[in-house]
Design a protein. Sequence first.
Length: 278
Amino acid sequence: MNAETVDKAKAPRGTAVITGGARGIGEASARRFAAEGRAVAILDVAREEGLALASALDGTGGSAVRFYDCDVSDAEGVDAVAARVAQELGPAGVLVTSAALIPNTESIMDMDLAAHDRMWRVNYHGTLHVCRSFGRQMIDSGGGGAIVTVGSINSLLPLPLPAYNPGKVALARLTQLLAAELGRHGVRVNGVAPTYVMTPQLQARIDAGQRDLPKMMGVHALDVLPTPDDVADAVEFLCSARARTITGIMLPVDSGWAASVSYMTYSGGVPWERPAAP
Ligand SMILES: NC(=O)c1ccc[n+]([C@@H]2O[C@H](COP(=O)([O-])OP(=O)(O)OC[C@H]3O[C@@H](n4cnc5c(N)ncnc54)[C@H](O)[C@@H]3O)[C@@H](O)[C@H]2O)c1
């Protein structure tokens, strides 16, 4: 390794590409990089929301923000969009892969196989496609880069979400493989693993009785769930010079879920009662 390689890993320049950037965690990340003054490419299938966000953010930090209609499950489509982004905004220096389908709990025996396959095509294959197209751009531009995949607490332990759960485990492994493959090009590859994030979609599921908020909170060490901005903080850190020697990790943004979920259900499943807050 030479000093130049280390330098590239230190401060990736170039466009920030955010898949699933029209909403939720992707939107919070797009806002963050636009505020930093980076050119931002929002890739999403939610055209109306993506266009509205891009036009609201365009020029706010001094750089262009553009929306690109892109279904990440379509490898050729992703390649074409990557070429347009490079031409219109400049080659990618940052990639955040937030696009995903988010399921409800179901059983493996009852799940619909077509829906299972679709989820893999978007969540896993889609991430692979964008990492290849924009990873090549980072290599070819010679400027290094930082990629952040968006995993989940599903990357860490089994949860009853067929397709989604093993898909997020596969993403954690893909993140490590890419880190090993791209490190010599000055490209760092990490992931974030959020617990339930307080997005409008989660709030809607709670309101519809599909999620039980007190039960969800009961297995976290902290009494607060992350917001999309909390996840964007972790994403921003992983893309910054402060993380210049960090690659191949899946950083939990989980309010202590991984540390406490088994702890809280010890004693044959009898939940342990936490002392009340002072
Ligand atoms: N919300 C949570 O509680 C939570 C927890 C852990 C991990 N995550 C992960 O965070 C990421 C973002 O989740 P979110 O809560 O912001 O969800 P969201 O639904 O708000 O955003 C996902 C975005 O991806 C887009 N998208 C869906 N399919 C696409 C496709 N084929 N091509 C391009 N874009 C597509 C959607 O249009 C949407 O804008 C996902 O990877 C999700 O698995 C979310």
